[in-house]
Design a protein around this ligand. Sequence first.
Ligand code: GUN
Length: 300
Amino acid sequence: MSATLIDGKGFAASVREKVATHVARLKDEHGITPGLAVVLVGEDPARQVYVRNKGKQTVEVGMNSIEHKLNADTPEDVLLDLIATLNADPEVHGILVQLPFPGHLDEDLVINSIDPAKDVDGFHFSNVGLLSTGQRSIVPCTPLGCLMMLRAHHGSLSGLDAVVIGRSNIVGKPMANLLLGDSCTVTIAHSRTKDLTEVVRRADIVVAAVGRPEMIPGDWIKPGPTVIDVGINRIDAPEKGDGKTRLVGDCDFARFSGFAGAITPVSGGVGPMTIACPLANTVTACRRANGLAEPDGLTA
Ligand code: GUN
């Protein structure tokens, strides 16, 4: 069997098109331009590129992009003051503080200081609680992107066995809640799971989000499941020359391709959706803030 590739890049482009259409309507019909504020603390080059790409795509879909780059040693109260200012700014509909933070900052305190209605990451405890009780919330971007791709590929997910590998607040836990919401039978596996091979073998859907390069061998799965590889890991690639690197997922892609029914590649899979979904959530937040109906095709 050779797996179908799930085209996250194309899918993200279609999400951005929908976002752009909504933005144009908000401007034309209501005189509102959605605004997304992104806060980056520190100088990590990979995060800087990510934030720059987010800003570029925010502008491309017609929204206002507000970027705040703070030094790595920014005191916590300065960051909290900035968030309070963004919370109070009516032109800002979405706020995203790039994680992880430098160690002196209390991640929970900072995240929970964001107005939940503007929390386009869906990390505030009230959004987490709303999602896990099946109420309307803002849904974390990476799991939202994975869910959109799974729904597009499968249609209904009802009754499918889904195994989420990884229990992070950013991906694993919200992903499990979303799959449960779509009536999957969900298992969350993690580093202490006994007999992970057996757990993975029964899956119709595997979502791998452990952040360890090619940790999951392809022959763990039964023939045919859909595999969403959230991992983006940089490893040495001596075959490409001295000092060269390449990106790999959490799954051993070459071997998985022989067993899976469908799989997201690393580069062009989940990654592009992690930039498109904050834009979608900003439109959602903006429409809600203005008492407008939910945007078609952009929410869970
Ligand atoms: N770092 C890795 N993933 C994410 C994400 O989805 N949101 C934020 N804010 N930071 C991240």
